[in-house]
Design a protein around this ligand. Structure first.
Ligand code: SF4
Length: 150
């Protein structure tokens, strides 16, 4: 399961959240354990790592087409025909968010709901925390720096 969780997280995450450090925080596992999992997935061709252009110490992890297919197959097999009760999901989300807050954990929320997500011109998004531009697609991804709007 952890292999699938790693691939699913990477598929849904932005450039601040696709690292071993972020995976370790998201899954609550040690960096060495995550490194082993990532090493296995990389050697089997499920993901690739690329060096950050600005900070050469940082590597970004991206699921390969084979990795994406694996996650998609798993999700459609297990969740494909589940009738999701929207109200229950919303209530579960609220409860989990409260638990995260009380325990000082990162929310890993979607970028568009972050208080740092700025859209000054009404056309282009900017991350108020890093000052970097965000594409419309970036705003749909998960972020380790996410902070809920209040
Ligand atoms: S606006 Fe928030 S969620 Fe989006 S990239 Fe910046 S810190 Fe992350």
């Amino acid at each position: 399961m952890v292999h699938l969780e790693v691939l699913a997280h990477l598929r849904n995450s932005n450039r601040y959240s696709d690292t071993i450090q972020a995976l370790s925080e998201y899954l609550g596992q040690t960096k060495s354990s995550i490194s082993q999992t990532v090493g296995f997935l990389e050697s089997e061709g499920y993901l690739k790592r690329t060096r950050d252009e600005k900070d050469k110490r940082v590597f970004h992890l991206t699921p390969s087409p084979k990795g994406r297919r694996l996650v998609q197959e798993f999700e459609s097999r297990f969740f494909g025909d589940v009738d999701v009760d929207t109200l229950s999901v919303k209530s579960l989300e609220r409860t989990l968010r409260e638990i995260q807050k009380r325990n000082g954990l990162r929310s890993f929320g979607l970028c568009f709901s972050c208080r740092h997500n700025l859209n000054p011109s009404g056309q282009k998004f900017v991350c108020g925390l890093t000052g970097e531009s965000l594409s419309a697609n970036d705003t749909k991804l998960r972020c380790r720096e996410h902070e809920e709007r209040v």
